[in-house]
Design a protein around this ligand. Structure first.
Ligand SMILES: C[S@@+](CC[C@H](N)C(=O)[O-])C[C@H]1O[C@@H](n2cnc3c(N)ncnc32)[C@H](O)[C@@H]1O
Length: 199
């Protein structure tokens, strides 16, 4: 994806995050539909991850306090911050939207997690993060947006330590070769893998 197209995509997600942050209705739609009402009101994702998905992701990440993980395409930081709070691990959230990054930083402060969480600009194609620097990676409902998913997985492998886990959910369409769940369906589907990827 060209830098221009990535910027346009990031800007349109930024528009959504601004609208969501000023609309309790939009926030509630995602919280109620995904069964997240028992979590802090700061947890306002833009994805279809349910509470039980989130608990599985947390379990599969297998993180212990003090370890580090990266949440790729973190959006406004909601789910990565919840995972950081549950595990005590240090979070790096990455997203191409500067609006999302600013919101995630503010959320971290309100949740009292600012010392354990940082947010940086980047994309699946170019995270700008150092080699072998994380104990795990997560990504929710976003890797389908990577123009080249093989390259994205290569980049994720580069920044993870040996034996680290990458746990993700995604959506897929028929022209989406790598994560295609059912070629006969012809419609968009959501995938939740049964096991983490272990590198
Ligand atoms: C559907 S939202 C999911 C956000 C977050 N993971 C969540 O669960 O709330 C998709 C996110 O992917 C980000 N995104 C779009 N294109 C991307 C790319 N090429 N690389 C990384 N992130 C991207 C968007 O800025 C947006 O925040």
């Amino acid at each position: 994806m060209s830098q221009d197209n990535l910027q346009k995509e990031a800007d349109s997600f930024g528009d959504f995050y601004r609208a969501q942050s000023s609309s309790p209705t939009i926030q509630q739609i995602f919280r109620v539909a995904n069964g997240l009402e028992t979590l802090s009101e700061e947890i306002t994702p833009y994805s279809f991850v349910t509470l039980s998905d989130l608990e599985k992701i947390c379990h599969w990440l297998n993180l212990t306090p003090g370890q580090s993980f990266v949440d790729l395409a973190c959006g406004n930081g909601s789910l990565g911050l919840w995972l950081a709070g549950q595990t005590g691990a240090r979070l790096t959230g990455l997203d191409p939207s500067s609006t999302a990054i600013a919101m995630a930083q503010a959320k971290a402060r309100r949740l009292g997690l600012a010392t354990n969480a940082r947010f940086v600009a980047g994309s699946f194609a170019d995270t700008t993060l150092p080699n072998e620097s994380f104990d795990a990676a997560s990504s929710t409902d976003a890797i389908w947006l990577a123009a080249d998913q093989q390259a994205a997985l290569g980049e994720i492998a580069r920044i993870l330590r040996r034996g680290a886990r990458f746990v993700f959910t995604s959506c897929s369409t028929l022209d989406n070769a790598l994560l295609k769940p059912d070629p006969s369906s012809g419609c968009e589907e959501r995938i939740v893998f049964d096991d983490p990827f272990v590198l």
